[in-house]
Ligand binder design. Sequence first.
Ligand code: F0G
Length: 358
Amino acid sequence: MWKYSELLPIEREESIVSLAEGGTGLHRCKRLGRKLGLKKLYVKNEGENPTGSFKDRGMTVAISKAKELGKKKVLCASTGNTAASLAAYSARAGMECIVLVPKGKVAGGKMLQVTMHGARIIQVKGDFDQAFKTALKLAERRRDLYLMNSLNPYRLEGQKTLAFEISDQLDSKTPDTVILPVGNGGNISAAWKGFTEFQQLAIAKTRPRMIGIQAEKAAPIAKAVKRRENEIRPVHNPQTIATAIRIGSPVNWPKVLKAIRESKGTAETVTDPEILLAQRELATLEGMFVEPASAASIAGLKKLHEGGKVDTSETIVCVTTGHGLKDPSVLKRMPKSQTGYNLEITNRNSLDALERTL
Ligand code: F0G
């Protein structure tokens, strides 16, 4: 993604801390498209990034900036992916890293990543919103800690490259609709900024409709859009299997509402069973294994199409934000018939039995 460096806020090339992020695939999905009744469906698979999520785009820019500013210690609150990304990039830059996560609510793969990269993990009782408030207060008290949450403008600058790539991969033909899962709202607003910049630079003629998807019991933004309200009502004790977007009080909500309004987009909510079904369909029909939060974009698309809010012939890009291996707990939710057979082959009879099952 550093091919877009002219549009990124880093002064000196030697400041760049990179793990070869960006350049993820934009995959045409004909089989899933046929199933959903859509002619031009694409998935922009951000799980292909170095730490397995879209966060790396923002992190490479924000850590490079931190280096330029002479910072030595970085801090974030996270539902897991920001923490994993920050832990990796701070290790690469030789900085100390502290992450605050909601206790017991972070997917196993993400905890493993953070631990492996040597960051200090502090588990905060409560949900992400409490962890975030704690991080804000800590950063106020301790000026040596540089806060890396999506309030950090450099992260959003990096994340806008998602839009540049989508536009380039479609030969500057802007898609009609871009659908993203929404948690804190950084990614959808950064993508909107990216599409806007490409239009201002006359690289692209138009901008797409931006659609945000949230989990039903963690959906303050989607509900505000549906109620046509100009402010969100925070959700206390948000719940969803998609722990990455289990956020009740998203900090970037004004920017998200603005992006949706300006783009004439919308928002939708999806249930946990709908998310899990979409995750399986993308994996079995297209070979892409994404984490539950990412599958929310596909689940949301299905609902929007059923509700007549998306046309059959539109060019649609669903952004899948993180890799499926991050959250192995999903295995427990799968039907027994799909999780394998136990068979000891001792003689010809058991081999015959095996053959009959196939
Ligand atoms: N998808 C995944 C896999 C995420 O990890 C996140 C956010 C989102 C979607 C939503 O993006 O917050 O920019 O609207 N994860 C953050 C974290 C909150 O701490 O890793 P958003």
